[in-house]
Design a protein around this ligand. Structure first.
Ligand SMILES: Cc1cc2nc3c(=O)[nH]c(=O)nc-3n(C[C@H](O)[C@H](O)[C@H](O)COP(=O)(O)O)c2cc1C
Length: 263
C-alpha cells in the first residue's frame, strides 16, 4: 500500500484522480490508500506537498521535476534516434562503471506491463573471456541441432565458428566487444523497451550497442550458458554487445518509407 502522510496532505485529490487503480480516496479532506495497487508511483510524482511515499521503494531516489532537462528538444531527440547505429566494431576499452550504472538505470526506469519491473539485467564485462570460451565450447552442439532441424541459422553459425577457429582474434561474432548486456523478462516487450532506452543511454554516454539476435538464440538454446548467466527459467528478451565504438558515422542511414495508416 502507498503511504500518505496525513500531516502533510492538503486533500487536493490530485493523487486520487491520477491513480490508475482507483486505490486512493479523499476522506474527510485527506487522501487515503484504500487497497493495494501496482505501485506505479503516480501518486508520489503528482503530489504538490510530497505527502505520498511507497515503503517498498527507496524514496531518496525520487527526483524533482527539472524543466531544464526534462524535455529534450524534439529535433534533437529525433536526430539522436536517426543517428544511433548498430556497432560492429568496438574499442577494447571497457565501459566505465558510471556509464554502465546509467545504462542500467535507463532500463530500470522503463515502463513495464502492470508495472511488473521484473526484468533481470546481466552485465558481463569482468568475466567476458570466460563467457566467450564457454560460448565457443557450446557452438558445435548448437550446430548439430541446427543441422538436424535444417535451420537457416546453420550456415551463419558455421561461418562464425569457422572464422573463430581460423583466428580467434578475427572476431566476427562478438566484434571485439568489451561488454555483454543480457535482459531476461517474462514479457518480451518489457525487455525490448528496456533495451531501446538502454541503447539510447549508451549513445548518450559516448558508447553504442549491437542487438545480437544470434547470441540470444544461442544462449537460449544452451542450458550451460543460461546457468552461467544465472537467469534461471526467465526467457531472454534481448542480448546486446556494448562498448565504445571504434567507428564513427558521418550521417544518418536511409530507411524504407514507413508503412503508416492514417485514418
Ligand atoms: C532484435 C534485433 C536483433 C539483431 N540481431 C543482429 C545480429 O545478430 N547480428 C547483427 O550483426 N546485427 C543484428 N541486428 C542489427 C540490425 O541488423 C540493424 O539494426 C539493422 O541493420 C539497421 O542498422 P542500424 O541499427 O545501424 O540502424 C539486430 C537488430 C535487432 C533489432
Amino acid at each position: 500500500m502507498v503511504m500518505i502522510d496525513a500531516a502533510l496532505c492538503v486533500g487536493c485529490g490530485a493523487c486520487a484522480e491520477d491513480c490508475p487503480g482507483h486505490a486512493i480516496y479523499i476522506k474527510e479532506g485527506k487522501a487515503e490508500a484504500v487497497r493495494p495497487c501496482i505501485q506505479c508511483g503516480h501518486c508520489t510524482a503528482i503530489c504538490p506537498v510530497k505527502a505520498v511515499s511507497i515503503p517498498e521503494y527507496d524514496m531518496e531516489e525520487v527526483e524533482e521535476y527539472d524543466p531544464k532537462t526534462f524535455r529534450i528538444a524534439p529535433e534533437n531527440f529525433l536526430h539522436a534516434v536517426k543517428f544511433r547505429r548498430s556497432i560492429r566494431n568496438f574499442k577494447a576499452q571497457p565501459l566505465e562503471r558510471e556509464a554502465l550504472e546509467h545504462i542500467l538505470a535507463a532500463g530500470r526506469y522503463t515502463a513495464t506491463a502492470k508495472n511488473a519491473q521484473a526484468c533481470t539485467f546481466v552485465v558481463v564485462q569482468e568475466r567476458l573471456e570466460e563467457f566467450k570460451s564457454l560460448f565457443w565450447e557450446e557452438v558445435p552442439g548448437l550446430l548439430e541441432k541446427l543441422k538436424a532441424q535444417e535451420s537457416p541459422y546453420f550456415s551463419p553459425f558455421r561461418y562464425f565458428y569457422q572464422q573463430w577457429k581460423r583466428n580467434p582474434a578475427n572476431d566476427t561474432f562478438f566484434f571485439n566487444t568489451p561488454c555483454l548486456l543480457v535482459i531476461a523478462a517474462e514479457n518480451p516487450l518489457d525487455g525490448g523497451l528496456a533495451a531501446a532506452n538502454m541503447e539510447n543511454q549508451a549513445v548518450a554516454e559516448g558508447a553504442g550497442v549491437l542487438y545480437s539476435g544470434y547470441l540470444m538464440r544461442s544462449i537460449s538454446a544452451s542450458p550451460r550458458l543460461l546457468e552461467w548467466l544465472g537467469i534461471g527459467d526467465k526467457p531472454i528478451a534481448c542480448c546486446m554487445l556494448a562498448g565504445y565504438p571504434a567507428v564513427s558515422y558521418r550521417r544518418t542511414a536511409p530507411r524504407k518509407k514507413a508503412d503508416i495508416i492514417w485514418k
